[in-house]
Ligand binder design. Sequence first.
Ligand code: HEC
Length: 264
Amino acid sequence: MSNRGFFHFSALPMSTRMVYTMTLLVLGTGYLFAMLQVFYSHAGLDGNPKNISAQDIRIAYHGSETDTRLVSALKGPMAGMLPESERAVIFKWVDSGAQQDAFESDVKPILQERCLACHDGSNPHIPLLTSHEEVMKIVAKDTGATIPTLVRVSHIHLFGITFIFFIVSSIFTHAYMRPLWMKCVIIVLPFLTILTDIFSWYLTKWIPGFAWFIIGSGALMGMSFMVQWVVSMWQMWFYSLPDEIEECGGTLPVIGQKSKTQNM
Ligand code: HEC
């Protein structure tokens, strides 16, 4: 028999199933917040803040063909930091050549009031907005996420997401699913797609068309997470195993002992 060592959820103690259930609940909530985070940091880069598009992803990694980093940030993640009218003043200043005189009279007071709370150098990872010279560095063409930023986010994602899927798929191993290859594909998929996702960031920085690989990787990862989550939760509490497997509680009967389903 090929299911030696397989314990279906129904063969696990109640307390173990509690650990699994609560872990899945919190990780599921985490996944929703991760999706919100993706939305808030990308939607609007292309000028439409209502949804997230392939164009948003291209601009985030490759940069914008038309906008500067300052303008992209003000259309995207920094849009909420100042009122529409003041944002228009900054856009106008960029469009009309980003001159120093106009900076001192029109733009600097806005930056002082709305931006310097964070962009005063206290956080070395975000651009300094204290002087014309500093601001000019981000008024150059938008070339997308910088390599150090990508490297920083890559290592966090590679470690973090591996932990998440190690946990989720270890739980999911207790699910009964046929054909077995499908279960294996669902388990392997997120580990592969985190790699393709991250390599596609760098490719997209270089060739914007690879944005579709980022989107595809994310979609497959999300689908795998959802299937593992739903199947695990459902089989943990509501599902009864097919009879021939129930016989041994989802595992191989020990020779010489009477097999019995254990439910607690
Ligand atoms: C509450 C803190 C805070 C305030 C206020 C703030 N920012 Fe930011 N800003 C951040 C953080 C954090 C990042 C980096 C994270 C990110 O890119 O989303 C950032 C990133 C940026 C970037 C870089 C985006 C890129 O291309 O990497 C620009 C440009 C920027 N902000 C402009 C502004 C402007 C202009 C204002 C004022 C209207 C402003 N920010 C107000 C916190 C702030």
